[in-house]
Design a protein around this ligand. Structure first.
Ligand code: ADP
Length: 549
C-alpha cells in the first residue's frame, strides 16, 4: 500500500528557507580576513546566500554548473554553502593547501566554471588559473583585484560584494531532485590523486539531521558550535549544515586554526561545542598550558576525530572540564559515522567491556550500518576480537567516485573503508590500523594505533608514529618515530622497556628515530606515507655510511 505522505524533496533549498524563516535570529560570529570580528544573523546569511545564487544565475551559470572555492572558514564561504546548492548549482570546496597540480586535477575533473577565492589564496589561484580553460569567473572575497592584476588573468574577475549586489535575495528556488549533487569534496589524496565524492541534497540533509540527534552531537538551538575544521575538509564535517538546521549559533574560525586564534574565538563567541582533528586540540592544550589557563569558558564538549584520539588528550581535556568524544568517519561517509557517546548501561557492564568502549572510536549513528570482513571479503563475527576491514553502508555513504567506473571499493554494495578494526556485540568499533599503514610481521598484524598509544603513554613522549619497515625475515617490522616532550629525554632502550609490560613482546619496534615534529597532511593529520619515507631514507643513509667505513 502506498503511503499518504507528501513527497517533498530534502535538500539545501528547504534548509535555506528554514534558516531564513525559523532560525533567522541565530548568528554567526567570525573573524574576517583582516581578523576583525564580524557578526551576521542567519536571516542576513540566507538573504546574502540568495543574492549569490541569483547573481550566478543572472551571469549565465546554468543549473548544475560547478562553482569552486579556495577560501578559509569565512562567512562568505558559508553563504556559498547555502546559495550555490540552493540555486541548483554545485559547490566544490577545494583544499588550497594541495599542490597546484592537484588543484588543477580536481578543478578539471569537477569542471569548475567559477571560483570564489579569499585574499589569502589569490597566490594559489594565480598558479592555476591559466591551466583551467573552462574557468570563466574569479570572485574575490576581501576586495576587488587591482586593475593590472585582473588584466593579467585569463578569466573575468568580480568582487564578491559587487556580485551580490547584482542578485536578488530570493528564497523561492526551483524544486531540485534530492538525488542531485549539492557539494563536491575530494579525498585527501595521501595515497594518490584525490578522488571526488558528490554529496547529494538528500545526503547533506540526512547527515546534518543525524548530527543533531542526541546520540551524535545533539546540536540544538541553544548550542553554540565551533567547527575547528576547514570548510573544504569533508564538507566541513557537515557541521555548518547541522548548525543551520538546528539554529545553533556558529563561531567560524576564518582563515586560521592556530591555537592563539582559536582561543581568541572561544573567548569572543563562548561556544558550547567544538569539533576538529586531534592536532588542533593538542596545539590548543599546549597553548593553554603555556598561558597557565585552566578553563575554556562555556565549552563542555569537543568531538574529535579524523585520526586516532590519544587517551592522554581525552584525559587532559577532562581535567579542563571538557568531555572529548571520539568520532570516526571519512570523506566517503560524509564525515562522522561513528561517535563514542556513552550508553547508560555502561556503568553496570564488566570492566573489560567498559575499557573497550572507552577506547573505541564509537558506534555508528542510526541510519548507517557497519560490518567487518577479511580482505578477501569473508564476513567476520562482530565479537570485539576478529580484526578485519570495516565496511559501511547507508544513505550518506558514497557508492563511487567522480568520473570513475571502477567499483573495487565496494563489496556487495557496502563501502570498503580501508580501515582495519573490530566491532563488538554492542556495535563499538575499535580501529587498529588503515589497510595501507598496516604492519604484517611474519603473517600477523601488529596494530600500529595501539602501539602508538602505548608509546605515547610514556611521560617523555609528546607524539609518535609507528610505520611498517621492510624486514628480510619477518617481511615487515614496526619502526617508531618519536617527538619528545619539551625538555624531556628518553632513549630507545628506555622506551622499549616501557613497552615490555604494555604490549606483546613481538610488537616492540627495533628501529627508533627522534624528530622535532611529525609531517602532517593539509588538514593536520599525521602523514604516515612521509613518515615511512623518512625512516627508509634514514635506513639507506645509515647503510651507505656503514659501507663507506
Ligand atoms: P584522508 O584519506 O585524507 O585521511 P579523510 O579525512 O576522509 O581523508 O580520512 C578518513 C580516515 O581517517 C579514515 O578512513 C580513518 O583511517 C581515519 N580516521 C578518522 N577518524 C578516526 C579515528 N577516530 N581514529 C582513527 N582513525 C580515524
Amino acid at each position: 500500500m502506498k503511503s499518504t505522505m507528501q513527497d517533498s524533496p530534502l535538500g539545501v533549498p528547504l534548509l535555506m528557507r528554514h534558516v531564513a524563516r525559523v532560525n533567522g535570529r541565530s548568528r554567526v560570529g567570525a573573524f574576517d580576513a583582516q581578523r576583525q570580528p564580524i557578526t551576521r544573523t542567519f536571516a542576513e546569511l540566507a538573504a546574502r546566500a540568495g543574492r549569490l545564487g541569483s547573481a550566478l544565475e543572472q551571469r549565465g551559470f546554468g543549473s548544475g554548473a560547478v562553482i569552486g572555492t579556495l577560501a578559509g572558514a569565512l562567512p562568505e564561504h558559508l553563504e556559498a554553502y547555502l546559495g550555490v546548492p540552493a540555486s541548483a548549482r554545485v559547490l566544490h570546496t577545494i583544499n588550497p593547501r594541495m599542490h597546484a597540480d592537484q588543484i588543477v586535477h580536481v578543478a578539471t575533473l569537477a569542471d569548475d566554471e567559477a571560483m570564489i577565492v579569499d585574499a589569502g589564496n589569490l597566490g594559489k589561484f594565480h598558479e592555476i588559473a591559466s591551466r583551467l580553460p573552462r574557468l570563466r569567473l574569479l570572485v574575490t572575497v576581501g576586495g576587488p583585484l587591482p586593475g593590472d592584476l585582473a588584466a593579467s588573468l585569463p578569466c573575468e574577475t568580480i568582487d564578491y560584494e559587487a556580485l551580490l549586489a547584482q542578485g536578488e535575495p530570493r528564497l523561492d528556488w526551483p524544486i531540485i531532485d534530492e538525488h542531485e549533487t549539492a557539494i563536491l569534496c575530494f579525498t585527501g589524496g595521501t595515497t594518490g590523486l584525490p578522488k571526488g565524492v558528490g554529496y547529494s541534497h538528500r545526503s547533506v540533509w540526512l547527515q546534518a539531521m543525524s548530527l543533531c540527534t542526541a546520540n551524535s552531537l545533539g546540536l540544538g538551538s541553544a548550542s553554540r558550535l565551533l567547527p575547528a575544521v576547514p570548510l573544504y575538509h569533508v564538507n566541513g564535517w557537515g557541521l555548518p549544515f547541522a548548525a543551520l538546521m538546528a539554529g545553533a549559533d556558529l563561531a567560524l574560525p576564518g582563515a586560521s586554526l592556530q591555537a592563539p586564534d582559536l582561543l581568541a574565538l572561544i573567548d569572543a563567541e563562548a561556544p558550547t561545542l567544538a569539533a576538529g582533528v586531534p592536532t588542533i586540540w593538542s596545539d590548543l592544550l599546549a597553548h593553554l598550558r603555556a598561558m597557565q589557563r585552566t578553563h575554556l569558558g562555556a565549552l563542555t564538549t569537543i568531538a574529535c576525530g579524523g585520526a586516532q584520539v590519544p587517551q592522554s588528550l581525552i584525559d587532559a581535556y577532562a581535567a579542563l572540564g571538557v568531555r572529548m568524544l571520539q568520532a570516526w568517519g571519512m570523506t566517503e561517509t560524509s564525515s562522522m559515522s561513528a561517535i563514542s557517546q556513552t550508553p547508560g548501561w555502561i556503568a553496570s557492564a564488566d570492566r573489560a567491556t567498559q575499557a573497550r568502549c572507552a577506547a573505541a572510536q564509537g558506534r555508528v549513528v542510526c541510519g548507517l550500518e557497519a560490518r567487518v570482513a577479511d580482505l578477501g571479503g569473508t564476513l567476520l563475527p562482530c565479537d570485539g576480537a576478529s580484526v578485519g576491514e570495516i565496511q559501511i553502508r547507508g544513505p550518506w555513504v558514497t557508492h563511487g567516485y567522480l568520473g570513475q567506473d571502477d567499483h573495487a571499493h565496494l563489496h556487495d554494495g557496502w563501502l570498503r573503508t580501508g580501515d582495519l578494526g573490530t566491532i563488538d556485540a554492542d556495535g563499538f568499533i575499535s580501529l587498529t590500523d588503515r589497510v595501507k599503514d598496516a604492519i604484517k610481521s611474519g603473517g600477523e598484524w601488529i596494530p600500529s594505533l595501539a602501539l602508538e598509544e602505548a608509546i605515547r603513554s610514556h611521560p617523555a613522549v609528546l607524539d609518535v608514529a609507528v610505520v611498517a619497515l621492510p624486514d628480510p625475515r619477518w617481511q615487515e617490522r614496526p619502526g617508531a618515530v618519536v617527538v619528545l616532550a619539551p625538555g624531556a629525554g628518553a632513549t630507545p632502550d628506555e622506551l622499549a622497556q616501557w613497552l615490555v609490560t604494555r604490549v606483546a613482546k613481538w610488537w616492540l619496534p627495533e628501529r627508533w628515530a627522534f624528530v622535532d615534529a611529525l609531517p602532517r597532511t593539509a588538514v593536520g593529520k599525521m602523514d604516515k606515507k612521509r613518515v615511512r619515507q623518512m625512516m627508509l631514507e634514514r635506513i639507506d643513509a645509515a647503510a651507505t655510511a656503514a659501507e663507506q667505513c
